[in-house]
Ligand binder design. Sequence first.
Ligand SMILES: [Cu+2]
Length: 675
Amino acid sequence: MKVLVFCALVAAAAAWPNFGFVNDGTGGASDAQKQHDVNYLLFKVYEDVRDENLHKLGETFDPEADTSHYSDNGEAVHKLVKELKDHRLLQQKHWFSLFNTRQREEALLLYDVLEHSNDWQTFVSNAAYFRNHVNEGEFVYALYAAVIHSSLTKNVVLPPLYEVTPHLFTNSEVIQEAYHAKMTQTPGKFRSHFTGSKKNPEQRVAYFGEDIGLNTHHVTWHLEFPFWWNDKHEGYHLDRKGENFFWVHHQLTVRFDAERLSNHLDPVNELHWEATIEEGFAPHTTYKYGGEFPSRPDNIHFEDVDGIAHIRDLIILENRIRDAIAHGYVTAHDGSTVDINNSHGIDVLGDVIESSTYSPNVEYYGSLHNTAHIVLGRQGDPHGKYDLPPGVLEHFETSTRDPAFFRLHKYMDNIFREHKDSLTPYTKEELEFSGVAIDGVSIDGPLETFFEDFEYSLVNAVDDTPQVADVAISTVVSRLNHKDFSFKIDVNNNNDHEVLATVRIFAWPHNDNNDIPYSFNEGRWRAIELDRFWTKLSPGVNHIVRKSTESAVTVPDVPSFDSLIERTEAALSAGSSEVDIHEFVSAVGVPNRFLIPKGNSEGLEFELVVAVTDGKADAAVEGLHENTVFNHYGYHGVYPDNRPHGYPLDRRVDDERIFHDLSNFHQHTVKIYNH
Ligand SMILES: [Cu+2]
C-alpha cells in the first residue's frame, strides 16, 4: 500500500508542471506530507537523501522550467542557477558561517527561491534539487529560515538542530567516539562533559552557556528575526525586531549573571576594546568539515582583524551610538533625525546596534554587534596566519559556549541601559490600574532546581552509506531543570464590570555577589522575565493560577528527530493529513527547564514581582488579548502588547515608593533551592 502511494507521488512529480495544483492555502500537500518531506530533507544532510520521491526530484527537477510557480517570476531561481552554472557557489563539505558575506548571500539566494515558491511541489522540488548542489550548511540555514517564514509551512515542526548538525553542539571527544562506534558497527551511548577543567572558574556555569537548548534558543531567535531581513523583498515587516534584539539578549545577560550567583562567581564584566580579554576559551568543538574551532588564550589584547575591522573604527562606531543616545535622536541616512527619546527609541537603537537592514543609517553607525562577534571570534588568529575556520562567536549555534559572548553582550546591554536611563521614569498615575488590587501572591510547589541527564542522537554526525545499517549512537548530557510549580495570584477587581488585565511576572536576585541587597533600581534592571499573559478579572475576588509550564517566555523540548519521523510516518500510514505536534511549531523561547535560575542548598533569595496592568490600555491589537496562549519570542504579526519589553521595570526608578504605593504591584522575597 505504502509502495503504491510512493509510486503515485513519483508519477505526480514526474508529470509536473502539467500536474495542476490548487492554491487553497495548503500549497497542494497535507501538513503530514510536508512534515515528512522536511524530515527527510534534513535527515543525514551530508549524504544522499533517503527518500525515494525526494531523490527523484533532486535528480530530475528543472528549477527554471516553469517560472509561473514563483511569486517573483523566477527572479531568484534564475540568479541562483546562474551562480551554480558559473561555478561560483561554495563547494560542498566545507564550513559555512552566516557572518561570511558571500556565504550568506548564497544561502539567502536559496532562501529566496523557497520563499517565492507558490506551492509545496515547487518548494520541495527546489529544496531537493539544491540539496544536491549547494553547500550543506547553506542548505540547512536556507531551509530552516524558509520553513520558519514561509506561509506554506505554518504547521511544520523543525527537527532539533542539535540532532541535524550535532557537530555544532557536541564536544569533539564525543563526536570521535561516535565515529568509532559507527566504524565498528557497535551501538554506543557516550557521556558529554562541559569544556574546561575545574581549574577554570567559568566551568561552573558552563552548564548554561553550553546547554544545547540554550544554544538552540539563541539560533532560533536569530532565524525568526534575521538581521538580513528586507521588508521590500520578503513582503512583510518583523514587528519590534530591534527591541526584541535588545530584550532577548538582555534576558540572556541577566539570566547568566543570576546563574553565577549560586556558583560563587562575580557578575560578568563588560567587554572593553582597550582592556584585556581575561578569559580564554577552548571550544572542544570541530566542524563536520573544515577542522577545529579555534581557541583563544587568556589575557590577550584586542588586535585589528584583517579584512574585517580596526579596533579604532569600532570605538568610533560606539561613540557615534553613545552620541545619539545623549542627543536623544539618531541621524538617518538622508540627514533627517529619528527621535529616540521615547518608548519606541529602544527599537530604533536595536536596529542600529545589531545592525539589521532596519537601521536608519548603517553607513554611519555601522554594525557594532555583528562586527564585534567576528572580531572577538577571530582573536585567536586575527591576521589569518594559520588559516583557521571561523570561531564559535561567528555562529549563532555555538556563540554562547564562549564566556566572552556574555562580556560582549554585557557591553551592548550597558549601551541600551544608557538609553533606557535617559527616559523619564513612570509616574504613579501611569502605572495605576483603577479599581484593581493584588491581594496576595504565593507559589504552589517548590522552587527547586536540579540536574538531570538528557540523551540525544548522534546518528546524523557520522558518515555512512545506505548499504551499511545504522547503529544507535547517542550522547548523554547533564542539564539544569526545575520542579513544576504554579503562581497563585489573588486579584481584587473593585470595578462593577469585568476588566482585561495583563499579568507580568519577574524575579531578580535579592543580593549581589557580595551579599549586599540590590537597590530597587539596580534589581529591576536585573529582572528575569518569568511570564506575561492576559486574563479577564470579574468584579470581586479573582484567583489566578498560572503553571510554570504555561510560561509565555519558554518552550518545551522539541521531540527528537527519531520521534518526529516516527510520528509523521504513523500519521501518513493512518491516512491522517496532520501530525499531532502543534505545540512544538514555534520553537523560539528559553528552554522551559531554564525558567528559574539555579538555586543553592540553603535557598538563594530572589525578589518576586507581579504587576497587573490594564489589558485594554496595553492592547496593540483588538481581541488578541483574550487569547492567553501566547509565545512571547515567537510572535508573528503585530506584537499584541504595546508596552515596552520589561514594562513596568524597563525605566529608571528614582523613587521606589511609587511602586510600593501601587495596589496593582506586588513584591516579596522567595528562595530557590537546588538539590
Ligand atoms: Cu545573539
